[in-house]
Design a protein around this ligand. Sequence first.
Ligand code: ADP
Ligand code: MG
Length: 601
Amino acid sequence: MNTFHDLGLNEDLLKAITDMGFEKPSEVQDKAIPILLKEDTDLVALAQTGTGKTAAFGFPMLQKIDINSRTTQGLILSPTRELCLQITNELKLYGKYCKGLNVAAIYGGASITDQAREVKRGAQVIVATPGRMKDMISRKLVDISKIEYSVLDEADEMLNMGFKEDITEILSHTPEDKNTWLFSATMPKEVARIAKKFMHAPQEITVGHKNEGSKNVSHEYFLVNSRDRYQALKRLADANPDIFSVIFCRTKRDTQKVAENLIEDGYSAGALHGDLSQNQRDIVMKQFRTKQIQMLVATDVAARGIDVDDITHVINYQLPDEIETYTHRSGRTGRAGKTGVSMVIVSKSEVRKIKSIERIIKKQFEKKEIPSGMEICEVQLMSLANKIHSTEINHEIDPYLESINQLFETSTKDELIKKFFSVEFTRFFNYYQKAKDLNASAVNSSSRDSDKKSSSNAARYFINVGEKDGYDWMKLKDFLKDNLGLGRDDVFKVDVKESFSFFNTEKEHQERVLAFFSDFKENGRFINVEITENRVGRGGGRGRRRDGRKGEGDRKRRSSGGRNDRRRNNDENTPSSRSRRSNSGSGSTVASRPRRSRRRD
Ligand code: ADP
Ligand code: MG
């Protein structure tokens, strides 16, 4: 592997690199920097987030521009204000020994005149978001007609965010013969199209596979019913007491709602999305960086600026619309050599998307179970035990020890430990003891209920028509109930195979069914129905859907009548009765967690 010196960087830059503590180039830097320094070429560079792309274009740009001139020579376009500021700060660090270097940041939500002044001071490099840049061009506050190097950073994100027209407009004000360097984590078709449109025979470098996720990230998914999504999220948080995570939602509204619910339920959470003011977003980000907030609930767009290195978990509360976006989300963790986990909460209807994501990231997901209440109790208990074990004694308690000792004079150590831990454990235990299983399985509990019913009360039939005769479960069901004169719910568990099918009716209809089909012809062909032992319709997802609905109805009826069930619902659905978790971060044991005073409340 090369050193920065080998790459051909000048002394001023090398000194700054030493100051920053970079020891050796990252892969994308190793590949891009020599090319960009030696050649006047266009470049497409694909590399994951957190791989050091800023320096990969930043160093060559600073080395190639003429610092003695006050003409704007480099233009970097980036999708968000946060990234824009981040890049600007990095460039200033890289260029701290480049005397006379001016880097101006141009972005929305701040004074345009101040920014124009920055540019006027002789900014050789401008880092900009597309919207504000376009604005400043039209007001003639910048001149980019002599640009030599333009960078499209996070090109995929800029396109996702609908900046294509702005970019086109901006680049039309730059010289034809400039070099364009495009950096992107993923390569959807849109980016390829942009590359083709604006670039001349670009060289291409790829770090890892195209669109591939970070090697340090493992991917897990959890199958739940849609209505249990939020409960599942809380379980995942509770099962990871030291979680420091970004939770992704699809819309601003969901983002706000999930964050509010978490806060109300006592978690240290915050929301980050575009409907917040810049000031609010800055505050939340600061709290997250300083770990005052453990769970940051964010939209994809807002999360682009997050450059926090030790995120332990990315949780996909909902999958993104564009599956390429998943790469960006999971790239928020597993940064800077650390490992991370990207979790996805999916409902049955979305589970096939997991396969598509696996193809894109070229990694397998592991299907995991949402932990049970008792598993969480155990995790929390052991986490507390470990924290106590490693806690440094605070001698401020010394004056009180005598009275405390008196109180426990007759207790053994064993007893004391049990009591001490019970204080914490009981809190979680009370909350979780009646918690239901949140995992939606292929055959879920509700259909298992109806299986019981079917084994006692239902008859299962084999029928010699199937898909090849043009039936799906709905058509076959209609055909059966119409011909047999049965009601909508009297035919169930319809499971259509290629050349035959199965279905159920209540036993009371059995005679009628068999009699009807004893001599029934359709299109000249006998349709044959027999009683079968195959009671549980396996496969045939559609058949199950119907069963699921029925089962759910059953459960609702039962639970509205049953005391226990009602309590269980309350326990999981109205956790707001739990006290707030302190954000002070002081004793970061579970004691700071929310459940403390269910009883007090
Ligand atoms: P990307 O744009 O690919 O997401 P960044 O350029 O933001 O990545 O870099 C991610 C982090 O890694 C930054 O904090 C940056 O300072 C740091 N970094 C970049 N290059 C190196 C290097 N060669 N050695 C150590 N740290 C680096
Ligand atoms: Mg970057």
